[in-house]
Ligand binder design. Structure first.
Ligand SMILES: *Cc1c(COP(=O)(O)O)cnc(C)c1O
Length: 404
């Protein structure tokens, strides 16, 4: 390459819907990354809860390379072995009987919502179309999913949104009771709100949603795009709660960095997605399925899932120690390796100011809204990287406190 790309090229050549950090990472290994200048970073961001086994994990690299020499893509005019194996593993390891494969979380949710509408339409008639979702929820950026999502900023300015969608308050069953009726086809909920600030649902809330759905013949949809595939320390978060949905979506950690999504459902609901009702050219792509299959088999094991619980405790201890010294957080919360630290009132909305300071100290982290510092590292991040990363985070926070 004669021209080495720079950050300025982003502003010149790319649509301005993102505002990436100044550095450009070029190589990753485990939970470490290196930029164009050879500077090294510890990765607590994990590609937004995607790089479930860190960067270039040998299990995933081997699966990708082996499949790359065999077969990449067929379309759904044919099926392929990795897609069939992935669907079998996902259904055998969960409540589900059937899988629909796609390429992202938004697409998986789009399929879930269309399935719920179509199932209600076919079984009860057209009037059963109401979808209940929650304020602050996030379900993706397709037009249906921004409309169902509970953050108006993501749908504003795009013209009339689809009808039949109402929003209740998360963790407030009474607010759902007020909105649900026999024309309700589905409730969509994240077991733990991710983008909405890392708020876990209470067990009573999810149990109550299950009862309300059953009472009104509505489907319960769990959006586990961010919480699924080991992220909370169980294979899926619904297993922690013991509440079983009718439809569940998965993406992010599922591919360990390769774009893939899945919508899972039961034999009762799946027939509504009959031949020709829905589809995607890339759904069940052989490369994506081969990588996801390797990720699922590696992650859904006692070693990896048990390690998530242990690492959760380490993250919490370090964050609480930082807080005892600097008093910047109001609360540290989350499940497994999806951890949030909400800023104290004196530092309101300053979580986002920590990110560039952390980059300068050699640490990548995330926010969930401007007021919550978020961490979603590799599920197998080495303990030494946690300790070193926390030292770097503390230096960044000390600079925030000192006013830089
Ligand atoms: C990230 C996310 C999505 C959207 O996934 P994409 O792959 O970006 O389309 C949907 N729901 C939840 C809960 C998410 O965290």
């Amino acid at each position: 390459m004669s021209h080495t790309p720079t950050r300025a090229d982003f502003d010149q050549y790319m649509v301005p819907n993102y505002s990436p950090q100044k550095v450009i990472p070029v190589r990753g290994e485990g939970s470490r990354l290196w930029d164009q200048e050879g500077r090294e970073y510890i990765d607590f961001a994990g590609g937004i809860a995607v790089n479930s086994l860190g960067h270039c994990h040998p299990v995933l690299v081997d699966a990708l390379k082996a499949q790359a020499d065999k077969l990449w893509h067929l379309s759904n005019v044919y099926t392929n072995e990795p897609a069939l194996e992935l669907a079998r593993e996902l259904t055998e390891r969960t409540f589900a009987d059937k899988a629909y494969l796609c390429s992202s979380g938004g697409e998986a949710n789009e399929a879930a919502l269309k399935l719920a509408r179509r199932w209600a339409h076919d079984n009860y008639g057209e009037q059963k179309s109401r979808i209940i979702s929650f304020s602050q929820s996030f379900h993706g950026r397709t037009f249906f999913t921004v409309s169902v999502g509970g953050q108006p900023k993501y749908s504003q300015g795009f013209g009339p949104v689809p009808g039949g969608i109402v929003h209740a308050e998360f963790n407030n069953l009474d607010s759902v009771r007020e909105l649900i009726n026999d024309d309700t086809c589905a409730i969509m909920v994240e077991p733990m709100q991710g983008e909405g600030g890392l708020k876990p649902a209470t067990p009573e809330f999810l149990e109550g949603l299950r009862e309300l759905c059953d009472a009104h013949n509505a489907l319960l949809i769990f959006d586990e795009v961010q919480t699924g595939v080991g992220r909370t320390g169980s294979f899926y978060a619904y297993m922690d709660y013991g509440v079983t949905p009718d439809i569940m979506t998965s993406a992010k950690s599922l591919g360990g960095g390769f774009p893939v999504g899945a919508m899972l459902t039961t034999d009762r609901v799946a027939p509504a997605m009959a031949i020709g009702t829905h589809g995607s050219t890339y759904g069940g792509n052989a490369l994506a399925s081969a990588v996801a299959l390797a990720a699922v088999r590696h992650i859904d094991t006692p070693e990896v899932l048990g390690g998530v619980a242990k690492r959760h405790d380490l993250f919490r201890e370090h964050l609480e120690a930082i807080n005892r010294k600097h008093g910047v957080f109001k609360e540290v919360r989350g499940m497994g390796l999806l951890i949030g630290a909400e800023m104290a009132p004196e530092y309101k909305d300053r979580a986002k100011d920590i990110l560039p300071l952390a980059i300068e100290e050699g640490l990548m982290a995330l926010v969930a809204g401007p007021n919550v510092l978020r961490m979603a590292p590799s599920l197998v991040i080495p303990e030494a990287d946690i300790a070193e990363g926390m030292q770097r985070l503390e230096r960044a926070i000390a600079r925030l406190v000192a006013g830089k």
